[in-house]
Write a protein that binds this ligand. Structure first.
Ligand SMILES: *[C@@H]1O[C@H](CO)[C@@H](O)[C@H](O)[C@H]1NC(C)=O
Ligand SMILES: *[C@@H]1O[C@H](CO)[C@@H](O)[C@H](O)[C@H]1NC(C)=O
Length: 627
């Protein structure tokens, strides 16, 4: 070899090495930059694999459904992370329904056509409310998690990946805002799940809102870029399942996971956060042809099923679970926060899995038997309404060591999902009494809303349970006595109080003994249940009621940059007091369900889609209906 040639070769080699070093440095920086806010100060070891420069996939024509993924565009540090604790069994999720799945929605002929036509103007009003909020988000908080509507400031409480953006892709599609949808998809494609400002993330919220949002938007639009993003998020969340017992970490330090440190499930996790991965993970496996997501989530559901009758209230799981030791010995059983996602998932998982995995029906039946037997009660109302509301159960130990259940008559707005759960499960599993229960539960939520001066249900209220579900005459003296008892059970008792003055000062409507949390934070559960029940029963009065509710909410929460939560729904006022918060679910669930309520019933039929806990429609497998 000549001297010049050797020199050239040397130069070439040196350049090549420089290039390599530069790329390595860049991929390290990428990971360092995001960890500036983590409390962990030690230097971060990054995965030793370089981040390749990934070509962005081209837009797929939605008319030509795409092939299963073969490209590597969803290759991230998460997909390359080695797994310590492997799942032994690996089965693909069913992708077809078993024969004989029943139809859930009422037949088309039971919905009045005239009514459907009349609903169009209502639907337009909902869309307008959505459009205003979306514009505000776009101008003031684009690509951040949420917009605080009063200050107009963006906030990033959920990982900073733009929860509102992803959460509303399918809403944009459903409301026919296609150009906004295209803009949003372009922004979503840019989200980088390899970096975050948060030291830990809530895997449950990311799962139902971001993964669910991407899958829902993919199922509607067939845009492959969204499925690739969903796989990226799925791979990230999958790393939270890599614990010795394969129970996922819900408040998850993803930086530790990325550094490949050993991780363990938590000693205190909520039932809801553990038990609601199954819908999104199943759909992701069905779409990506990779069974690992489904298997990871299915394993948890089977463990939860094994424990279901061994808790202190057989049929239910306590609010707090020790996921590390798998000990479920809590004594408080509610239908509100921390469990709702798990409970509403059971019948839906059966729908998405085509009825092939019997454990979901069993879990649903055992759960609802306990709920109907213990939690549901008829409140005493001044007009003697035949309604039901869900309370909570505390299991006490008596002196002779026997457990005794105690009904707490506090009702949470979040628990209003139960009406929809009974409606759906009753139709799916053919249990006629569940339809009756669903009607009464939905009427209970409507009663609570209509009892308030603002026509909106507060976060938490307490009422007087009747001794019997069939007969419950109004007794004013008994109500006031319960108010007195409630005040005197508090840390500041006042035995000499003037009850009538107290009731007036605390704006307690007849039948309410306390309103511990007077806020309304724009949550969806009441309209969600009304939507499910309407589609299943075609009960027409629900439409006018829903419209009244929408007006009440819109009239009191609408402000210049969107809609703001209310501080107090119990005070009659011209000028409601707002809170500087517009949770992502206002647009992605509350407004979506109002919009669908006023749609023709074949728009996102419950026979074709199942809505996840964050209101994202996932396509159900092919079904041959028997009618
Ligand atoms: C459904 O699952 C079967 C078995 O895993 C698989 O062979 C088939 O390709 C799947 N069909 C579709 C449409 O995904
Ligand atoms: C809401 O406001 C509109 C327009 O001002 C009014 O017509 C309607 O009666 C109000 N509805 C409720 C429930 O407050």
């Amino acid at each position: 070899m000549s001297r010049t040639r050797r020199q050239w070769l040397g130069l070439f080699l040196a350049l090549f090495i420089l290039c390599l070093l530069y790329r390595q440095r860049r991929s390290l920086n990428k990971y360092h930059a995001q960890s500036t806010t983590t409390p962990i100060n030690e230097p971060i070891d990054t995965p030793d694999v370089l981040t390749p420069d990934i070509p962005k996939p081209e837009f797929q024509n939605p008319d030509f459904p795409s092939e299963p993924p073969v490209d590597k565009s969803h290759d991230t540090i998460w997909s390359r992370l080695p797994i310590r604790h492997l799942v032994v069994h690996s089965l693909p999720p069913p992708n077809q329904s078993r024969l004989g799945m029943p139809k859930i929605q009422a037949s088309d002929s039971s919905f009045s056509q005239i009514t459907t036509w009349f609903q169009k103007s209502r639907q337009a009003a909902v869309k307008e409310a959505f459009g205003r909020c979306w514009e505000s988000y776009k101008w003031l908080a684009w690509q951040t998690d949420e917009l605080a509507p009063m200050s107009g400031l963006p906030s990033n409480g959920l990982g900073g990946w733009g929860v509102t953006l992803v959460d509303n892709l399918d809403t944009l599609w459903i409301m026919g805002m296609r150009s906004e949808f295209d803009i949003a998809v372009k922004a979503v494609v840019e989200i980088n799940f390899e970096t975050t400002q948060s030291s830990e993330i809530n895997t449950h919220e990311i799962n139902i809102r971001i993964l669910g949002g991407l899958l829902g938007a993919f199922d509607l639009s067939n845009d492959r870029r969204l499925l690739n993003k969903a796989i990226e998020v799925g791979d990230m969340l999958y790393a939270a399942f890599d614990t010795p017992n394969r129970m996922p970490i819900t408040h998850w330090d993803l930086h530790r996971a990325a550094r490949q440190e050993e991780q363990f499930a938590e000693e205190m996790a909520s039932a809801s956060e553990l038990g609601s991965f199954i819908l999104e993970f199943t759909r992701l496996s069905q779409l990506s042809s990779d069974p690992k997501y489904f298997n990871a989530a299915q394993l948890i559901m089977e463990r939860l099923a094994q424990m279901q009758d061994l808790t202190r209230l057989a049929g239910m799981w306590p609010v707090v679970l020790n996921a590390r030791a798998e000990v479920y010995d809590g004594d408080f059983f509610t239908l509100g926060a921390e469990v709702d996602s798990l409970y509403k998932t059971l019948a839906k998982a059966d729908m998405l899995l085509g009825g092939h995995i019997p454990v979901y029906r069993k879990m649903y039946e055992r759960l609802t038997r306990t709920v109907a037997g213990h939690h549901l009660f008829r409140p005493m109302t001044h007009d003697n309404r035949d309604i039901l509301v869900p309370g909570s159960i505390r299991v006490m130990m008596t002196q002779n060591g026997k457990p005794r259940t105690l009904l707490e008559s506090q009702v949470h707005h979040r628990a209003c999902f139960t009406g929809g759960m009974f409606a759906l499960g009753g139709a799916l599993f053919g249990i006629p009494t569940h339809r009756k229960i669903a009607n009464k539960l939905v009427d209970g939520c409507i009663w609570a809303a209509q009892s308030m001066p603002l026509g909106i249900m507060p976060e938490v209220y307490e009422t007087v349970p009747c001794a019997s579900q069939t007969e419950c005459p109004w007794n004013e003296w008994h109500w006031k006595q319960e108010v007195w008892k409630s005040v005197n059970a508090s840390p500041e008792p006042d035995p000499d109080m003037d009850i009538d003055a107290y009731i007036r000062d605390h704006h307690l409507p007849k039948g309410f003994i306390a309103i511990p949390d007077t806020r309304y934070n724009l949550r969806p559960e009441t309209i969600e249940s009304m939507f499910n029940l309407y589609r299943i029963s075609a009960r027409e009065d629900l439409l006018d009621t829903a419209w009244g509710m929408f007006e009440s909410i819109q009239n009191t929460t609408e402000i210049i940059n969107g809609n703001a939560a209310l501080a107090d729904v119990t005070t009659p006022t011209e000028e409601p007091v707002h809170i500087d918060s517009m949770e992502s679910f206002w647009m992605s669930q509350t407004l979506k369900y109002f919009y669908l309520m006023f749609s023709a019933p074949d728009a996102l039929s419950l026979d074709e889609y199942v809505f996840n806990s964050a209101g994202h429609p996932l396509k159900r497998p092919e079904t041959e209906w028997i009618q």
